[in-house]
Design a protein around this ligand. Sequence first.
Ligand code: GLU
Length: 509
Amino acid sequence: MERRVRVRFAPSPTGPLHIGGVRTALYNYIFAKKNGGDFLLRIEDTDQTRFVPGAEDYIIETFKWLGITYNEGVGIDGPYAPYRQSERKAIYKQYADQLVKNDFAYYAFDTVEELEEMRKKLEAAKLPSKYDAASRMTMKNSLTLSQDEVNTRLANNDPYVIRIKLPRKEEVRFHDIIRGWVVVQTSQMDDKVLYKSDGMPTYHLANVVDDYLMKITHVIRGEEWLPSAPLHVMLYKYLGWEQVMPQFAHLPLLLKPEGNGKLSKRDGDKLGFPVFPLEWTDPFTGEKSSGYRETGYLPEAVINMLTFLGWHPSDNREMFTIDELLDEFTLERVSKNGAKFDLNKALWFNHKYLQLKTDEQIAESLLPYVKQSGWNADINYLKQVVSLMKEKVNFAREIIENGYYFFEKPVKYDQNVISKKWLANVPEFIENLIVTLNEETEFTPENTEMAFKKLATEKNLNPSQLLQPLRVAVCGQAGGPPLFNIFAMLGKNEVCSRLAKAVSEIKPV
Ligand code: GLU
C-alpha cells in the first residue's frame, strides 16, 4: 500500500537557522505539498549543552516570513505530539533496551580517561582510533565484563552509555534519491553512542525512533548527514523497521561564492551578504548577524533564489512563485554537486520581484522609513517617487536612500560633476532659469523642459551641457530619473529655492 507522504524538518536549536537549513525546510515543504502529504517541524534538542535560547522561535518566525507552513509540529502540535525531543525523553529508553536485549547494542562504562588512552594506543599502532568491533573487546562494556559486574554497575548508577553493536564486516547499502546507491562497510563505521545514562538519547537514536513513530516516508536533509545514514539504516534493521524505512535524499552543500568550501555561519557578513534569513543577536555574546529580511530581500525572492541553489527546472525559466515550484519541483533534478552561492543572482531575483510589486505596495513598505527620517511625505507623493525610481534599484529602501533628494534639499553636491561641468556660465544661466521657471503657471515636466531649452537657445548655450549642473543643483548627484519629472514633483518653489542655494554655494571651476 502506498504510504501517505510525510516529511519533516528536524533542526537542532543550536543557533540561528542557516540559509542552507532554510533551503532544506523549503524542499521538504515543497515536496510534501506537491505530493499531497504532510510537513512536520520537529525540534531535535537532545543535546542540551548546545541549546541556544531563541533558536526555536527564530525558526518559526523564519517560516512565517517566508510563508512556509507545516501541518504538525512545535507550536501547533498534532497526532504525534510532543514534537520537541526533550519532551519525548521517556519514549526512547525502551528502544535502547530492546536493542541491548536483542544483542544489537551494549552498555559501555568507559571513563573519559580510558577512552583517551584507547585513542592514543590505536593511534600509536597506526590503527583507526574508533570504538568498534575490534577495539570494543579491550574496553569496559557489557561484552567484556561479567553479567554480575554489569548488573552491579547498573544498580550502583555508574555512568554508562549504550552503544550500537556493529558487525565487524558487513556491507550497508541504501538508495539515495539524489545520489543513487550508497555502499559503506561496517568496518569503516564505529559503535556510535545511542543513549546516555543521563536519560537522553543521542541524535541518532532519537532521530530514527521519531521518524519511525511519526511515520516519515522521506528524509530530505543536508549532505552533512550522509555519513550518519548507514548507521540509521542499521538502526532501522536492528529495530525491525526495515520495511518502513524512509527513503533518503541528501541535498548538496551550499558553497562559498568562489566555490572553495562550505558556506559557513561565519562567512556571510565577511563576504557581504547574509547567511541567515533574519537578523540574529547572539544571546551570549550580543554579536549581531545580518538577515535577508532586514537587508530588504523579499520573501518571494529568497524562496526562488534558495530553491535554485542545487536544483534546476526542466527548461531555462528562472522566475518561479512557490505555487509554480509545486508543479515543477522534483528531487530527481536536485544536483549532487555543491551549489555556489551567487550574490549577483540573489540581487537579480530581488530586483525582479520588486518590479512585480505595485507602486502602492512599495510605497506602503517605505512609509515607516520616511517617517523615521522625519520627512513629511504622503503616500501619493511616495508612490510617484517609487514609480520614478524602482527600475533602478534592487531593494525598496534604495529608492529613498538613492532618492533622498525627493524629501530634502541635497546635503552635498557631487564634486566630480562640479569640477567637470560647473563652468563659468552656469551660475548666470541658472539665475535666468529661476526667473523663467517662476513665470510658469503649470509646473509640468513638459513645460519646464521647454522653458529650459528655450532659454538655453536664447543664450546660445548647448542644453545638454547644462543638464548635469542643473541636476546636481537640485539633487546633489549625477544620475537618477528624468530631471524634469523630478522638477514637477518637487514643485516650483522648492526647485527655485534649490537652484538659488546651489548658485550661492557652488563655486565655478
Ligand atoms: N537535528 C539534525 C539537524 O540539526 C537533523 C538531521 C536530519 O534531518 O536527520 O540538522
